[in-house]
Design a protein around this ligand. Structure first.
Ligand SMILES: NC(=O)c1ccc[n+]([C@@H]2O[C@H](COP(=O)([O-])OP(=O)(O)OC[C@H]3O[C@@H](n4cnc5c(N)ncnc54)[C@H](O)[C@@H]3O)[C@@H](O)[C@H]2O)c1
Length: 333
């Protein structure tokens, strides 16, 4: 199996992880890469490097990937072999607009699965999220860990996973589910739904205190985004992933307090003020992934140590100042 010469469609390809997957795809020498993104959170300039790498082999459709008719038109215009399904409404939106987020995230996946059932492409690599596990009941969290989604976002991700796996089971379609833990790296959205790293950087630059949700002892398994993009290639290449879910993570946990300390150090701002605010609704307390399946099936181990990944990330934010909005939300996840 190879991605060389294939046409690959990426929903959410202008987003954080999506834009890194598109860049990584370029090294596989695809015939074409098609991005479908409605810019709910992603931006066209996230694909600047991908455009340099792929030239006119990259095309973008700035539209809703849940719109069946519009999606059919794209597939009819050009044959597609593989879909990476990454479009999503993010967790913080689900705290403000739970019904809309839950419905949208499920429809995004059922639309893609229906298009596959219609025979419009061969293989679906669907992106899940570690949020489906909720707080660890034991560690490391392997793929057999109970599902206790604690936010509407997490519930919608789990529902979408079950939809994808049901299409594999019922219709015999070629589908695998990749389940990343918390990603960090360049191009993570720094706007109103930002994750912890862009928030810390923007607050240091703005001279405002860092706000941590709760006591900051909640842990996450942070993986560098380019490592996740590498894993996404390997999931496609390995047929034993079909009909299965594979965790993608480092197998190490880091508290939010520790992460903030490391970030402040990387920014040369060790003494920057940090305050603790109310815990965020539904915040997961502990995440530490089991990574045995990824090692066995994909021969995958992340290669970027946290220290190095944070340095690269901070460097990226410092050289892309114009993209920063001073973040107005606390740094919880
Ligand atoms: N970032 C993480 O730490 C993380 C961890 C685990 C899993 N994931 C999963 O990885 C995938 C990518 O996440 P991300 O962090 O890059 O998120 P992101 O928000 O940066 O990217 C998602 C993209 O989907 C686009 N989008 C939203 N609704 C759309 C629609 N209706 N039609 C077309 N495009 C739409 C957004 O504009 C955005 O560009 C998601 O499935 C997410 O659940 C992310």
């Amino acid at each position: 199996m190879s991605l060389q010469g294939k046409t690959i469609l990426v929903t959410g390809g202008a987003g954080f992880i999506g834009s890194h997957v598109v860049e990584r795809l370029a090294a596989e020498q695809p015939a074409r890469v098609i991005v479908v993104d409605d810019c709910f959170l992603g931006t066209p300039d996230n694909l600047d490097t991908a455009r340099l790498l792929l030239g006119d082999r990259l095309s973008c459709h700035w539209q809703d990937a849940a719109d069946m008719d519009a999606m059919r038109a794209i597939f009819e215009a050009e044959p597609v072999d593989v879909v990476y399904n990454m479009a999503v409404i993010p967790l913080p939106t689900s705290l403000e607009r739970p019904k809309w987020t839950a419905e949208k995230n499920v429809v995004l996946t059922t639309t893609i699965c229906e298009l596959q059932r219609e025979g419009r492409f061969q293989t679906l690599i669907h992106f899940s999220s570690s949020e489906v596990y909720g707080t660890a009941q034991y560690v490391p969290i392997d793929e057999g860990h109970p599902y206790v989604p604690s936010t509407p976002y997490a519930a919608s991700k789990l529902a979408a996973d079950y939809v994808a796996l049901s299409y594999w089971h019922t219709f015999g379609l070629d589908i695998a589910v990749i389940r990343p833990f918390n990603n960090y790296g360049p191009r993570q959205n720094s706007g109103s739904y930002a994750g912890i790293i862009p928030i810390v950087v923007t607050r240091v630059l703005a001279g405002t205190p860092i706000e941590i949700f709760g006591d900051g002892l909640q842990t996450r398994d942070f993986i560098f985004v380019r490592d996740t993009a590498e894993a996404a290639m390997r999931v496609y290449l390995e047929p034993r992933t079909r009909g299965r879910v594979v965790n993608i993570a480092t197998g190490r946990e880091c508290t939010v307090n520790d992460l903030v300390t490391r970030l402040l150090h990387a920014l040369g701002a060790d003494n920057h003020p940090v305050v603790h605010v109310e815990p965020r609704l539904g915040d997961v307390r502990r995440h530490l992934a089991g990574t045995t399946l990824a090692a066995e099936l994909l021969d995958f181990t992340p290669t970027t140590p946290l220290e190095e990944g944070l340095t690269q990330t901070v460097q990226w934010y410092l050289t892309n100042l114009s993209r920063h909005d001073p973040a107005s939300v606390p740094a919880g996840q």
